[in-house]
Design a protein around this ligand. Structure first.
Ligand code: HEC
Ligand code: HEC
Length: 375
């Protein structure tokens, strides 16, 4: 065979492959279905996980169909930290909800696994099991289980599809055993996205913060410094000569949120239709809800900058300045937000910030049970 014929044949073969590739750019229409593996020989002895019953935390409502177990929480922790959930296997839930940052990412708006930025700031998952009046800044999702389905397929978050995540877990060297131990499944075929999100939700319900200085003070285990005490009095409008900062009405103890939606005066608008991000209004279609967002918990707030749904404030000082003198009027601004200002002095502002720092719980963010299990 001459050189040229051989080269031409090669070229034809190459071209054929190239064309084939072009017609099927990314997806294989018939991905191999992994063989089911029997798991029934692996022991299944679920141990119920009791949430610590510590004052001042209230009792948590746990859904009947997803009781907490040690193996369930452990599986959820692996999934939460595993980049296997993302399309390019580069990003995990934890990359936007990092324990040491109070389970946020310290960015104004989050950037997903393909480097594309979203429009909202990551939210803290501190005591997330108590957020029962809607999740996300706009409350569009009801349960942690439902929520955990979304980031995997969101193109500006993990940009994957559950089908391929489930396939990878079915043939994985460790997940089948973990699913068996958590949910008693008998075969790898029974691994589903529904079980995966149940496990993630169990892990999230185990994220409890109750050892901040504030908590220790209310348990009579510690004392506030003078400036923290004044900050506490400002925050909760204690009856005294100090101004009322009004914070505690919307960020009430012990969760430091009432889990409700308010317009806290961030934007100046001529009409309720003008909010750039309509927040709750986009979900309820009620214009009076436009520009309302969920008042988030302020636990560990010193660790979660920048602040607000779009991360517009870099520091707690900027947040206090907003409430003290920068609130903008709109028809639905909450009456507790004073466009005329709160009348806090420079010293009052410092004291309020000292109190906010007393909500930082280092034993929570450094809890070994919440760290990356792959490290
Ligand atoms: C690219 C960054 C990113 C990734 C990855 C990500 N999140 Fe989030 N998360 C966010 C942002 C941003 C919000 C707020 C979104 C909104 O309000 O529209 C949020 C909100 C949440 C909330 C709501 C909290 C509340 O108080 O309402 C939960 C729960 C949550 N994420 C869990 C997860 C889980 C579980 C995963 C993995 C399956 C995950 N997130 C992956 C950025 C991310
Ligand atoms: C009328 C209810 C209300 C009052 C009063 C109020 N807040 Fe807020 N707060 C909110 C809402 C709603 C948000 C979220 C707004 C957004 O992002 O659009 C918020 C957000 C915050 C944030 C940012 C949280 C984060 O995770 O980014 C901080 C910090 C904060 N408030 C502190 C305070 C302090 C301190 C006071 C008292 C000076 C106060 N708030 C008074 C409703 C209120």
């Amino acid at each position: 065979m001459s050189w040229s014929i051989r080269n031409t044949t090669l070229l034809l073969i190459l071209l054929l492959f190239a064309c084939k590739k072009d017609r099927n750019p990314t997806t294989n229409p018939n991905p191999p279905i992994p063989d089911a593996t029997d798991l029934s020989d692996i022991s299944y002895n679920p141990i119920a996980y009791e949430l610590p019953d510590v004052f001042p935390l209230p009792v948590m409502d746990i859904p009947m169909d997803n009781p907490l177990t040690e193996a369930g929480i452990e599986l959820g922790r692996f999934l939460f930290f595993d980049p296997i959930l993302s399309g390019n296997e580069k990003m995990a839930c934890a990359d936007c909800h990092f324990p040491q940052s109070g389970f946020t990412d310290n960015l104004a708006v989050s950037t997903g696994t393909d480097g594309i930025a979203g429009i909202r700031s990551s939210m803290s998952l501190v005591n997330a099991g108590y957020f029962t009046k809607g999740l996300f800044w706009d409350g569009r999702i009801k349960t942690l289980e439902e929520q955990a389905l979304l980031p995997v397929e969101d193109v500006i978050e993990l940009h994957n599809d559950w089908e391929s995540v489930v396939e990878k877990m079915q043939v994985h060297n460790a997940y089948p055993t973990r699913f068996r131990k958590a949910f008693g499944i008998n075969s790898t075929e029974e691994i589903t996205k529904e079980l995966a999100v149940k496990a993630i939700a169990q892990f999230e319900r185990s994220l409890l913060s109750f050892n901040s200085k504030y908590d220790r003070v209310v348990r009579n285990e510690a004392f506030f410094e003078e400036n923290e005490l004044i900050g506490f009095e400002l925050f909760f409008d204690e009856p005294n000569d100090l101004p009322d900062a009004e914070c505690g009405h919307c960020h009430n103890a012990p969760l430091f949120t009432v889990n409700q939606y308010f317009n806290n005066g961030l934007d100046s608008v001529g009409s309720l239709e003008e909010f750039k991000d309509k927040g709750l209004g986009a979900i309820t279609n009620n214009p009076f809800d436009n520009g309302k967002f969920r008042a988030p918990s302020l636990r560990n707030i010193a660790l979660t900058a920048p602040y607000m749904h779009d991360g517009r404030f870099q520091t707690l000082e900027e947040v206090i300045d907003h409430y003290n003198e920068g609130a903008h009027f709109a028809d639905n601004i909450d009456p507790l937000i004073k466009t005329k200002g709160l009348g806090l002095s420079e010293q009052n502002k410092k004291d309020l910030i000292a109190f906010l720092h007393s909500l930082t719980d280092t034993s929570f963010v450094n809890n070994p049970a919440y760290q990356n299990p792959f490290e």
